[in-house]
Design a protein around this ligand. Structure first.
Ligand SMILES: NC(=O)c1ccc[n+]([C@@H]2O[C@H](COP(=O)([O-])OP(=O)(O)OC[C@H]3O[C@@H](n4cnc5c(N)ncnc54)[C@H](OP(=O)(O)O)[C@@H]3O)[C@@H](O)[C@H]2O)c1
Length: 282
């Protein structure tokens, strides 16, 4: 299979490239400099030239707070950029995979969100990602939309790295405890994406590691596994105001994974343990 990956320099993009490089597939990976997905002509030219069987779009505008003041750019990348890839994919008969987010939900639920529940994003980032989902569903006959959450991994900045860095600088830290979700290790997410896109099991999926926690509990586990002696104090979201409102509860249920016969994701604590062990020089 010829698999094209956009946003190849991102957290998830780099992990996909790492895993696909050693797979039996032919990989065509593009960083933002090599392919700007907002450039329709460039997207079309590349797709026509390589005739991919599968396109995984890992490119995104991911600055949740920045999106509040950069609405145009967020929509340009997350919606229109995806539209460009969607149209090009359909033209060459490729399957397309769009990565989306738990931030499409408003967080008022008290049990895990299923894939086909109504969305209601609280901020511009979530709205722009939902627009990308909508365009994909409208324009593609062979699509996968995979929502994920709280992503961390070897590449790029993320919450785990931030916490470990803060542990070097401080002896005490406040972390919000009233936002609950599920952390996701890029290694597990990329593995699932590569498995999924080879099937014809099109539709919407939720993929995170299993189990849930608050950011406060996530931070505590990071410090425990990394043997960092730092006091963590629980904060409310009101005590840590941010430009974009976050969903209070954004646990993604895995109904689609189960009914389509995909294996269960490992627990977030096991995935985190693996990550910390591999990166104990952080
Ligand atoms: N990180 C999370 O916690 C999280 C949670 C839920 C869902 N997601 C979704 O998961 C996917 C992967 O996220 P991630 O954490 O890997 O994000 P990331 O590290 O920010 O990577 C996104 C990549 O896209 C690139 N990009 C931005 N604009 C582009 C454009 N116009 N054309 C081509 N590439 C462009 C970025 O390049 P520059 O850095 O040079 O701008 C970056 O390399 C995204 O769809 C995101 O919405 C992430």
């Amino acid at each position: 299979m010829k698999i094209m990956v956009t946003g190849a320099n991102g957290q998830l993009g780099q992990e996909l490239v790492k895993q696909l490089t050693v797979s039996e597939h032919e990989l065509f990976a593009y960083t933002k400099t090599e392919l700007d997905i907002t450039n329709m002509d460039q997207v079309n030219a590349i797709c026509e030239e390589i005739q991919p069987h599968i396109i995984i779009n890992a490119a995104a505008y991911t600055n949740v707070d920045g999106a509040e003041t950069n609405e145009e750019l967020a929509f340009q990348v997350n919606a229109t950029g995806q539209r460009n890839l969607a149209v090009a994919a359909e033209k060459v008969g490729a399957k397309i995979c769009y990565i989306s987010t738990d931030y499409v939900f408003n967080g008022q639920a008290t049990t895990p969100y299923s894939e086909y529940m109504n969305v209601d994003p609280l901020g511009v980032y979530g709205q722009s990602k939902y627009a990308g989902e909508f365009l994909t569903q409208t324009l593609n006959t062979k699509y996968f939309i995979v929502r994920t959450a709280w992503v961390y991994g070897e590449y790029g900045p993320n919450f785990v790295k931030t916490m470990l860095k803060l542990a070097e600088e401080k002896s005490e830290l406040g972390v919000v405890h009233d936002q609950v979700g599920s952390p996701t290790y890029t290694v597990d997410l990329a593995q699932f994406l590569i498995e999924l896109v080879q099937t014809k099991k099109y539709g919407i999926y939720h993929c995170t590691n299993s189990g849930t926690c608050s950011w406060y509990e996530f931070a505590q586990e990071i410090f425990k596994l990394a043997n960092k002696d730092i006091k963590v104090n629980p904060l409310t979201s009101d005590q840590f105001p941010r430009p974009a409102k976050r969903p209070a509860y954004s646990v993604l249920g895995d109904l689609s994974l189960r009914i389509n016969g995909f294996g269960a994701r490992r627990h977030w604590k096991d995935a985190l343990n693996d990550y910390i062990n591999k990166n104990n020089n952080l």
